[in-house]
Design a binder for this molecule. Structure first.
Ligand code: FES
Length: 327
């Protein structure tokens, strides 16, 4: 299924805000009319529009089988871009906010064993995965690192799922997660799921590239250092001019080499969804109806890139002269 089909927006009511750990709150979101919410799978996230209009992406971390509510958790990031501070500093209970999604680019694949590696607030999608793995009777281990125990959310919830499989590793007590050793020790066929700060994701990426090619599934909070998504903001030599047709709007626009596709689209569709503009958050994902997208994001899997039916228009361009989007 192309989960863009599920990308309707809807209003949700903030039913509860709860302190989960030092600097981390969770939000419980429900249908304002008491109805059910669309189903989701572990690894899914939503775009949440905050009262200021800022849009941020948060992984769903409540029980996947609960049709009544979504739960997200937000770490206050002192040097962040302001979204987390707004969540922490605004009285949100009782307010109605707009969300988009859920969608999932971090879904569980079938595997004989799962190694879940979570760092800090990256525990949120991993928590949902652990619940699912336990419910399925799967074989799994979870290692959760964080600076201090007091700042690590959901430790009790995780241990209650299966204390024997969950390993809480506060850095100030036990040092950094030994990710290389953990990956090396995992059984053959293990699927490695990692979500956490960029340094941790980089370390796990390097060891998996060496020891477990194809085993790694990651979700990032930012663009990888030294390029990745960011390289599309300055197109590579030869990346040139192309034309984009916005099928639903009935418009055809030129995209010159020095402008991003998102910039051009926003001129005629100012409400188009976006957030990071660096190709890692997934907010600007857009359905491709015709043409060959050139991907520069870190959201889509190799298989999704190959399919070419969706793209991140903040960094993506076109390998064909004409690209037709569902906008
Ligand atoms: S705006 Fe974040 S991926 Fe495009």
């Amino acid at each position: 299924m192309n989960d863009l089909d599920l990308l309707a927006t809807r209003d949700v009511l903030v039913e509860q805000v709860r302190l989960e750990a030092a600097g981390v709150v969770s939000l419980t979101l429900v249908d304002p009319d008491g109805g059910t919410l669309p189903p989701w799978t572990p690894g899914a996230h939503i775009d949440l529009r905050l009262p200021s209009g800022t849009v941020r992406q948060y992984s769903l971390c409540g029980p996947p089988g609960d049709p009544r509510s979504y739960t997200v958790a937000v770490l206050r990031e002192e040097d962040g871009r302001g979204g987390s501070a707004e969540v922490h500093d605004t009285a949100l209970v009782g307010r109605v906010l707009r969300i988009r999604g859920p969608r999932n680019h971090f879904a569980l694949v079938d595997a004989p064993h799962y190694l879940f590696l979570a760092g800090g607030i990256g525990v949120t999608p991993i928590l949902a995965m652990a619940r699912q793995a336990a419910a399925d009777g799967a074989s799994w281990e979870l290692y959760y690192g964080g600076r201090t125990r007091a700042g690590m959310a959901f430790t009790g919830t995780l241990s209650a799922i299966d204390a024997g499989r969950v390993h809480i590793v506060p850095t100030d007590e036990q040092g950094m997660l030994p990710v290389a050793a953990l990956v090396d020790a995992a059984p053959a066929g293990t699927a490695v799921y990692c979500c956490g700060p960029e340094g941790m994701v980089q370390a796990v990426t390097e060891v998996c590239a060496r020891a477990r090619p194809g085993a790694l599934h990651v979700e990032r909070f930012g663009a990888p250092p030294g390029g990745g998504a960011a390289d599309a903001r300055s197109p590579s030599p030869g990346a040139g001019h192309f034309t984009v047709e916005l099928r639903r709007s009935g418009l055809t626009l030129d995209v010159p080499p020095e402008r991003t596709l998102l910039d051009v689209v926003r001129e005629v569709a100012p409400d188009v969804a976006f957030s990071c503009e660096e190709g890692y958050c997934g907010s600007c994902e857009t359905k491709v109806l015709a043409g060959v997208p050139e991907h520069h994001d870190t959201v889509l899997s190799d298989e999704e890139r190959e399919r070419g039916d969706t793209m991140m228009i903040c960094v993506g361009r076109s390998a064909s002269e004409l690209l037709t989007l569902d906008l």
